[in-house]
Design a protein around this ligand. Structure first.
Ligand code: ACO
Length: 332
């Protein structure tokens, strides 16, 4: 018999410092009006001083663990979806493990950019179903503001920092909360969003130029790809779940651009009051955007639990992850 999975708790944390669109006009030739009408974004949170992606990841993880009511020592795997890590190693997952005291957990990081939370859920599910783990913590956190070219107005206005976390465990009532999940990648489209890591050859081989680590994005191509491909991928996953689109209560898309979210809403014929979005306050927080959107929507009363929902993420790779889930009362 297939082991049923419970989504036991979700948490998030953002840094305190807020930068508005108007603030950005001090360093860029841009305007609040341009950013708002093209993206829906009004402000974003960014790390400052000694704050780090690991630190906000730990806070998000602690909140998810508290909601899930599990003993931290019961966590036997931590997966961090962290594309912009504090260190290449130790992994973000190891750093979170040490801070929360999850001493029985194996730890590793994955790179799936903004699809990272859903990729993490897919891996967690496979570990639990194969009895390789019973309780898995997925932490999605990035310090993307530290890897933006703050002179490139076409990319830097789009992002913000944040962390989200989810605890998945064996269900105690036979209900499987992950009804269907589907992970996709189109590596041939890798040039759409890239963050090169400047490595240096040995100086005896060739002299090196100083290069910085920046996000480089072809926003137009990303936009076209997502609005063309994502609706079909979502329909495929819903079909796999055995449900009808009209049976599903909420759509929680990755928060990359309000126009993309509206295009999805229209194409999938979803009532806008059931499409969860908070991009105006956080911008694109990469893999953290879906858990941040869920917790905020539950806390504000926009999302009523228990419910069913489609969670869908897309990002560099290109990667896409979609899942149809049940979200229980008390998880956020
Ligand atoms: N302020 C003012 N003007 C700007 C800005 C800005 N911040 N950015 C670009 N412009 C200008 C451009 O220079 C251009 O000027 P020009 O006509 O004189 O050449 C004009 O605005 C139009 O630019 P476009 O690139 O055509 O603008 P577009 O309507 O395509 O919007 C945007 C750009 C917002 C980036 C859009 O393409 C988009 O959101 N794409 C999706 C990006 C995305 O989802 N990324 C996240 C992926 S997830 C991950 O893994 C990281």
């Amino acid at each position: 018999m297939s082991i049923p999975i419970k989504i036991a708790g979700i948490g998030f944390q953002v840094p305190e410092t807020v930068i508005t669109n108007d603030d950005l006009t001090k360093i860029l030739d841009t305007s609040d009006e341009w950013i708002k009408t093209r993206t829906g974004i009004e402000k974003r949170h960014v790390l400052s001083g000694n704050e780090s992606a690991v630190q906000i990841g730990i806070e998000a993880a602690s909140k998810a663990i508290e909601k899930s009511n599990i003993d931290v020592k019961a966590i036997d795997l931590i997966i961090a979806a962290a594309s912009v890590e504090t260190h290449a190693y130790p992994s973000t997952a190891c750093e979170v493990q040490a801070a929360i005291g999850a001493e029985n957990a194996a730890c590793f990081d994955i790179t799936a950019a903004c699809s990272g939370l859903i990729y993490g859920m897919g891996i967690a599910r496979a570990f639990i179903k194969s009895e390789s783990a019973k309780t898995v913590l997925v932490v999605a956190t990035d310090a993307i503001s530290r890897c933006l070219d703050w002179t490139d107005r076409a990319s830097c206005v789009l992002f913000g920092d944040g962390a989200g976390a989810m605890v998945l465990t064996v269900s105690d009532d036979n209900q499987d909360d992950i009804i269907a999940i589907d992970l996709k990648a189109e590596g041939h489209l890798g040039n759409f969003i890239k963050m090169p890591i400047p490595g240096k050859n040995c100086p005896l081989v060739q002299p090196n130029d100083e290069e910085k680590m920046y996000v480089k994005m072809d926003g137009k191509e990303v936009y076209k790809y997502v609005v063309t491909k994502l609706p079909g991928y979502i329909e495929e996953c819903v079909q796999k779940s055995g449900l009808k689109m009209s049976d599903i209560d909420y759509l929680v898309p990755h928060q990359a651009n309000m126009r993309i979210i509206e295009a999805l809403e229209k194409r999938l014929d979803f009532d806008s009051s059931h499409v969860i979005s908070n991009i105006q306050d956080y911008a694109n927080t990469s893999a953290a955007s879906i858990p941040i959107a869920i917790v905020e929507a539950v806390q504000s009363g926009k999302m009523k639990l228990p419910c069913s929902a489609i969670l869908t993420g897309f990002g560099a790779g290109m990667t896409v992850g979609t899942t149809v889930v049940r979200l229980r009362e008390g998880i956020a």
